[in-house]
Design a protein around this ligand. Sequence first.
Ligand code: NDP
Ligand code: HSE
Length: 426
Amino acid sequence: MIGVGLLGLGTVGSGVHQILTNKRDYIKRKLGEEIIIQKILVKDVTKKRKYHVDNFLLTDKFEDVLKDSAIQVIVELIGGEEPSFSYIKEAIKRGKHIVTANKLIMAKHGEEIVRLAEENSVKVYYEGSVGGGIPIIKTLNESLVANKIERIYGILNGTTNYILTQMTEKKVDFKDALKEAQNLGYAESDPYFDVSGLDSAYKISILSSLSYETFVDVDSLYIEGIERIEPEDIEIADELGYVIKLLAIGKRLENDKLDIRVHPTFVPKNNPISRINGVYNVVQIHGDTVGEIMMYGQGAGEMPTASAVVADIIEVAKNIKYNISNGLINNLQPHTLVSIDEVENPFYIRLMVNDKPGVFAKIAKVLGDNNVSIASVIQKHRLTPVVPIFLRTHPVKEKYLNQAASELSMIDDVREIKNIIRVEEL
Ligand code: NDP
Ligand code: HSE
C-alpha cells in the first residue's frame, strides 16, 4: 500500500482525490498496489467541498501530514511560493517523495529541491506543472532523450489562450473572458500570473532547463503578457493571415546562446499552433534526430491536470525501489541568454495618427533612419481627425525597433502607439 498526503483540495486537489477514490480498484489492478489518501491539508476544514470527502482525512495542520508514517508521497497542490516551498523541503527531509504541479516553485527553486531530494534519496515529479494533462516532461526526460533539442514553441497557459480565443471567436471582452476562465478553474488564485505571461515563463523555463541541460533563471527572461491586446489587433492579425497567441519560445541559437522569451505573437494561420484554441495548450519541439513533434491537450482544469498528477503518483509508486534520476540537475551546463535587444523579428505596429498630408512621410523617415524596413501598411476606418495605421516590418533587431518607436512617439502627429507585437514566421 502506498500512502499519500495531499496538500490542497482546490481545483487540482479535488480532481486527484476523485481519481484516487473512484479508480482505486483500476489503479490497484494496473500497479499491483493500492494507493490510499491518508490525510489532506486544507486552509479551512469547515469549507463546503465540491465532492464528498471523509471529514477525518481533513486537517489544517501540516504537521499532521508530515508526521504520518503511513504517508510515503506528499502531493503539493496548494500553489504559490510559501508555505508550499517550505512544506516541500520539510517533507523531503523527512524522506517523503514529492509530486507537485507547482511551476513557480519548480522554475524558481527546482534546482535546490531536486538536489535536496537526491541527498535524501527521494523522488520529485512535476508533470502537472507544465501543459496540464500533456505528458511533456516525461517526453523530454525519456522519449526524446537521444535528441539535441533545437527549439521549443509553446502555448503554455490555458487561461490566456482561453481569453484570446473568446476575444477572437465570440468577441467577448477581456474582463468577461478572464472571469469565465476563473469560474472554470483554469486561472491561478491571482490571475496576474496568467495574464502577465509569468505562468508561461515559469513553464518555458522548466522545459528549457530540461532541454538545454542548464538551469534557466526565470527572472532573466523577457516576459510580456496579453493585457494590451485589443480587438483591433486581433482583427488586423486575422486580415494579414495571422492569429495572436501568447507564445513561449525557447531556442538554442547557432552560437549555442539561448533565446527564451514569452510574449503575444502573430502566428501564421498555416502553422497548427494558430489553431490551438480555448484551454488547450501545445508544445512544438524540434530535436536533431526526431525532427518536429507536437503535443497538445488541455493545459489547465481539474481533471486534465489531475491526470498528470496521478500519473506521477503512480510513477513514484512504481519506481520507488529504483534509483531513477530527476533529470533537472543532471550535468547542468552554464548558458548565455541572448539579450532581447539582439533578437530579430518582423513586427506589427498599431499607431493612432492625425489624418493629414505628410504624416506618413514623417513616420517612414523615422523607421528608415533606424534600419526598420516596412513590409506593409494598412490605414482603416476614417475616424477623422485621428486614424489608425497598421504597419508590418521586415525582420529587424529589437534595439532598432525600440529606438524607432521612441522617436515615433515624439512626432506631434503620432497621437499614440497603441501596440507593438512580434511576428514569428514559425
Ligand atoms: P486552488 O486555489 O483551487 O486550491 C488551493 C488549495 O490549497 C485549497 O484547497 C486551499 O484550501 C489550500 N490552501 C491554500 N493555502 C493554504 C495554506 N496556507 N495551508 C494549507 N492549505 C492551503 O489551486 P489549484 O488547484 O488551481 O492549483 C494548485 C496548484 O496546481 C498550483 O500550483 C497551480 O499553479 C497548479 N496548477 C493548477 C492548474 C489548474 O488548472 N487550476 C493546472 C496546472 C497546475 P481551502 O480549500 O481550504 O481554501
Ligand atoms: N493557470 C494555469 C493556466 C494553470 O491557465 O494554464 C495550468 O498551469
